[in-house]
Design a protein around this ligand. Structure first.
Ligand code: PXG
Length: 297
């Protein structure tokens, strides 16, 4: 173990990164049976930590996974992991797996779920050029799993649906993949929600398309209302998207990312639009506001 190794939380203990391991019999590994959250802290404040914890417990409830900590204990475990690593600006991955079982998939064979917290320093990768130019997307042939299947409304460890789409984006030389729902309506990207700007209205697909109810997306809806924009959730077709004035993605990792083109159709002016820019500026203020999160120290 080297002195500067990160410390990883596993079931109440801290292990250096090189020694942080879980069993090959863990059903999170064998079957993708578990739930997770991706969280960020900005300047010593964990942005929307309570909302992420609520969503983690909602996802766990849907798959009947009983998390062995109360929400308050979980919040404290996240904060303590950040303190142990002396982190202020970090990306946090919180994972709860079904735990160790046998080689059958029956979750009743897994008596003890495991809780894992990884926190890594986040360099301010403020890629200005990418933000100005926006990203390219392709529509993937892989549909978002429907709400009566492994829907992304549940943030489970099953991300093969998104990974298949990411592979299509990589193969096409595009920055990201756009996923449609089983009906052919626009749903979301592989790990981001999507918004369209049309006149003075912000449009986003509803969660009945199987899109995750994004925490960043909820902040963006609030900002848009503050700005006097109408916010509507409705079915969006690829044609609606091609003809939007502006479009952007939202997510904890991506923050707010303008879209330049989809399947070679240029969106709006083919660069960040004025409304996206305003939303982004306000978002950058909100994430650094201590009232919007939980302080680490
Ligand atoms: N949709 C899906 C399917 C997601 O997994 C979002 C939308 C955005 O949600 P938030 O609450 O973050 O605004 C997510 C986010 C990553 C990463 O590190 C992010 C996610 C999943 C996997 C990786 O880029 N989740």
């Amino acid at each position: 173990m080297s002195e500067d190794e990160l410390l990883i939380y596993i079931d109440g203990e801290y292990y250096p990164k090189s020694e942080a391991k879980i069993s090959v019999y863990d059903h999170g590994f064998l079957y993708g049976d578990g739930v997770f959250e991706g969280i960020r802290s900005y300047g010593g404040v964990v942005f929307k930590l309570r909302e992420h914890i609520d969503r983690l417990y909602t996802s766990a409830g849907a798959i009947m996974l009983e998390i062995p900590l109360t929400k308050e204990e979980m919040i404290e475990a996240v904060l303590e992991t950040l303190r142990k690593n002396r982190l202020k600006d970090a990306y946090i991955r919180l994972v709860v797996t079904r735990g160790i079982g046998d080689l059958g998939l029956d979750p009743r064979k897994c008596p003890k779920p495991s809780v894992i917290i990884i926190a890594e320093p986040l360099l301010q990768l403020y890629d200005r050029e990418r933000l100005e130019k926006g990203i390219s997307m392709v529509i993937s042939w892989v549909r978002r799993d429907p709400v009566d299947a492994t829907t992304h409304e549940i943030k489970s460890l099953n991300y093969l649906n998104s990974i298949l789409s990411k592979i299509e984006a990589n193969n096409a030389g595009a920055d990201e993949a756009l996923m449609l729902d089983h009906r052919g309506f626009v749903c979301e990207a592989t790990g981001e929600n999507i918004f369209l700007v049309k006149g003075d209205t912000l449009i986003t697909p509803s969660s009945s398309s199987g899109a995750l109810s994004g925490i960043t997306a909820n902040v963006v809806k609030r900002i848009a209302k503050e700005m006097g924009l109408a916010v509507i959730e409705k079915d969006v077709t690829p044609t609606d998207l091609y003809n939007a004035d502006e479009a952007f993605l939202t997510g904890t990792a991506a923050e707010i990312m303008p879209i330049r083109e989809v399947n070679k159709r240029t969106i709006g002016a083919g660069r960040i639009g004025p409304i996206t820019r305003k939303i982004l500026e306000r978002f950058n203020e909100i994430v650094r506001d201590p009232k919007e999160g939980v302080p680490i120290y």
